[in-house]
Design a protein around this ligand. Structure first.
Ligand SMILES: Cc1cc2nc3c(=O)[nH]c(=O)nc-3n(C[C@H](O)[C@H](O)[C@H](O)COP(=O)(O)OP(=O)(O)OC[C@H]3O[C@@H](n4cnc5c(N)ncnc54)[C@H](O)[C@@H]3O)c2cc1C
Length: 380
């Protein structure tokens, strides 16, 4: 692949940066909010960027969702606001299974609204006692005699809970696993917002109390859930890497601004002791992560499943780098890096959850190791 992003993606980046700039003054407030910020939501909707999250046949931009486009836009948004990035990214994560395998009626009902951000999407996999080990979910999905489908269970830590118009819900069905699209206003859906995290998020607990829906609310055939969950991860995991690169770059920019502006011992901080090495190390780590991320994203755009290992590598590399870069930036900024409400303090907090969601980094590293040794571990 070329080391330059094709022009289309450069234009998308410019468009996303312009959007982020237009709401930058709102970022601290929005990033502290546990409900969708109306100003951010309106600006994002007006930008038209959420159409990238949906296939063209149902109101989206591209024939199928393009991982590189999602990645480049998330990189541009996350440097300014995690809230804005989350609103954008979840439109795809919450709706991809529907785009791939929903009934035509369901697609026509929801996808154009997702593309316009009229409807906020959510994906409900995690439960109070089930995180990485998704095959242990206890939510049940069952077919009713009257060709309906019933959903019962408790989903936990669901992004957009309370603001979402629908939840794509994973549950057990007989010996397999299925997905059902549950409209947020269906009888039996109960949302409790929270908990509030160190990096606040639109987050909540969602209970499904014997929710009954027409059978066309199934997403994919019974038993097909993991194929669709995997398709979702394969398309979007790399976009988390993009967001992490954008966040890390913003932290480095803050560190450069501060260390070149502040003087101690008669010199700019940027010239003192280990500070040049710390800045250089962060720059290096960001460029490494960015290159791997673009490489993985462009491969995922062509073949998401075939390149999931690269997407996982990029996700781990970029989120771990973001953790180190933000930590170093705080250190270089001394006491000014600790002030609640400062940009660097917000970036420092927002970097932390990224190593946990969309595949815990240890889980992904374990999968990579097993992929590497599959068929090669000797039997004896
Ligand atoms: C901000 C945020 C938003 C979220 N949004 C959503 C959402 O929209 N929808 C949704 O369904 N969920 C969501 N989640 C939940 C998220 O998907 C889980 O947190 C994630 O899957 C990890 O599960 P867990 O937190 O229960 O950790 P656990 O699975 O309990 O893991 C704990 C630790 O052990 C490690 N670990 C676990 N298993 C292994 C293993 N086999 N090998 C090595 N290490 C392992 C993990 O990497 C982690 O470090 C969100 C979480 C956060 C923080």
């Amino acid at each position: 692949m070329s080391f330059e992003l094709p022009q289309r993606y450069q234009q998308l980046r410019e468009q996303a940066l312009a959007l982020a700039d237009s709401v930058a003054e709102r970022a601290a407030e929005a990033d502290d909010s546990m409900t969708a910020d109306p100003v951010m939501r309106k600006a994002l909707a007006e930008s038209g960027l959420t159409a990238l999250a949906v296939p063209r046949a149902h109101g989206g931009t591209d024939e199928k969702v393009d991982s590189l486009a999602m990645t480049v836009v998330r990189e541009a948004l996350m440097g300014t606001s995690a809230h804005l990035d989350g609103l954008f990214g979840m439109q795809g994560i919450g709706s991809l299974a529907l785009s791939v395998a929903g009934s035509e009626e369901l697609k026509q009902t929801w996808l154009p609204r997702v593309a316009r951000l009229d409807a906020i999407a959510a994906l409900a996999l995690t439960e109070p006692d089930v995180g990485s080990d998704l095959r242990s979910v206890t939510t049940t999905i069952s077919a009713g005699a009257d060709s309906s489908v019933a959903v019962s269970g408790h989903k936990s830590f669901i992004t957009n809970a309370g603001d979402a118009a629908f939840y794509t819900v994973l549950g057990r069905e007989d010996d397999g696993y299925s997905l059902v699209l549950v409209p947020a206003d269906a009888p039996g859906v109960l949302v409790e917002r929270g908990p509030k995290l160190i990096a606040p998020h639109i987050l909540g607990e969602v209970r499904f109390d014997d929710v009954r829906l027409p059978a066309n609310h199934r997403v994919g055939a019974p038993g097909e859930a993991f194929k669709l969950v995997l398709a979702t991860l394969a398309t979007f995991r790399v976009s988390v890497a993009g967001a992490a690169v954008g966040l890390a770059q913003a932290a480095l920019d803050e560190a450069v601004r501060h260390t070149t502006g502040r003087r101690q011992f008669g010199s700019a901080l940027a010239e003192l002791g280990p500070i040049p090495q710390l800045l250089g190390t962060s720059w290096l780590e960001i460029e490494q992560a960015r290159l791997l991320t673009y490489q993985a994203a462009s491969r995922a755009a062509a073949d998401p499943l075939g390149n999931l290992h690269l997407s996982s590598m990029a996700k781990v590399a970029a989120t771990e780098a973001a953790g180190r870069v933000t930590d170093r930036a705080v250190q270089m900024m001394g006491r000014f890096g600790l002030i609640t409400g400062s940009k660097i303090e917000r970036l420092y907090r927002n970097a932390r959850p990224m190593r946990i969601y969309e595949g815990g980094n240890e889980v992904l590293l374990g999968q990579l190791g097993r992929k590497l040794t599959k068929h090669r571990v000797s039997a004896g």
